[in-house]
Design a protein around this ligand. Structure first.
Ligand SMILES: [Cu+2]
Length: 138
């Protein structure tokens, strides 16, 4: 009953803030690229990130890095919970976006539009900058 009432409230455009959205420039010829960002909730209720999409890729998944028997693997996750007033970090070595099936090569410095869908916090279009992370690695 209460959940139904909350879901009926309209999502506000400023419910979520997106910071430091960036895509790691993939090696030439790579079919996929990882994306990172900070998601800050200013919403009064929890929500779930339920999907992502971009024109430059056939699909965008949420991935987690897992260490399993000494091996590192990436696993897709269907949805990610975001507590009310909380923060989510999509960062190297952890939760990240994966752009799969790149439709064209990406160039360092360009902006890529990514749409993030949530259950009750609206649909958001954000701009991610393609960054050559290898340049900044020690
Ligand atoms: Cu991945």
């Amino acid at each position: 009953m209460l959940l139904g009432l909350l879901a009926a409230l309209p999502a506000r455009a400023d419910d979520l803030l997106f910071q430091e959205a960036r895509i790691a420039l993939p090696p030439p010829g790579a079919g996929q690229a990882a994306g990172y960002l900070e998601v800050v909730s200013r919403a009064a209720r929890p929500c779930r990130l339920t999907g992502a999409a971009s024109d430059v890729a056939e699909r965008v998944e949420f991935h987690r890095h897992l260490h399993h028997n000494g091996m590192m693997a990436m696993r897709p996750v269907a949805a990610v919970a975001l507590p009310a007033g909380g923060r989510l970090s999509f960062a190297p070595g952890g939760l990240h976006l994966m752009l799969i099936g790149l439709r064209r090569p990406l160039a360092a410095g360009e902006s890529v539009q990514i749409r993030l869908e949530t259950d009750v916090c609206g649909s958001h279009l954000l701009s991610a900058t393609v960054v050559d992370l290898r340049e900044t690695s020690p």
